[in-house]
Design a protein around this ligand. Structure first.
Ligand SMILES: [Fe+2]
Ligand SMILES: [Fe+2]
Length: 141
């Protein structure tokens, strides 16, 4: 499947917007200390986020790989970040389901902050309109 880089960019930016929506929902629930709702919304967030990692690996990695001389470094960085995020997410899912609000509040708050920052960094480093512009697509002929 070949997609124009502008489509790859648009798809990922749309997912980021959905993820940010879930994060702000979660933040609100944390402020209100609604533990039961946090459990549900965090599970929704988790499946959305894990799906997003797959989208990035399927669409963004091939797009970045041969975009310029730094392609392979970008791909490596993305892979490392995703491995780390999956690991933290898994731990946190267990904490949220099994521990009390006061026990996971701090870790959850830090995680929310780190995902906002990650999205911001990705949009700057990997998803700028300048980097993913269509005239960089190389066709087979
Ligand atoms: Fe990512
Ligand atoms: Fe992302």
């Amino acid at each position: 499947m070949t997609l124009a880089l502008s489509v790859v960019r648009k798809t990922i930016l749309e997912e980021h917007a959905l993820i940010k929506g879930k994060l702000s929902e979660l933040e609100k629930l944390v402020t209100q200390e609604k533990a039961q709702s946090i459990k549900n919304v965090f599970e929704e967030f988790s499946s959305l986020f894990l799906k997003h990692l797959v989208t990035e690996e399927n669409l963004l990695v091939p797009a970045l790989a041969d975009i310029d001389a730094w392609g392979s470094i970008r791909v490596e960085k993305l892979g490392e970040e995703h491995a780390e995020q999956s690991r933290i997410l898994k731990d946190l899912q267990t904490l949220v389901q099994e521990k009390s609000f006061t026990e996971y509040k701090k870790d959850l708050t830090l995680f929310i902050k780190s995902i906002y920052e990650d999205i911001e960094r990705e949009e700057k480093d990997f998803l700028s309109a300048d980097l993913l512009k269509d005239d960089l697509v190389t066709s087979g002929h």
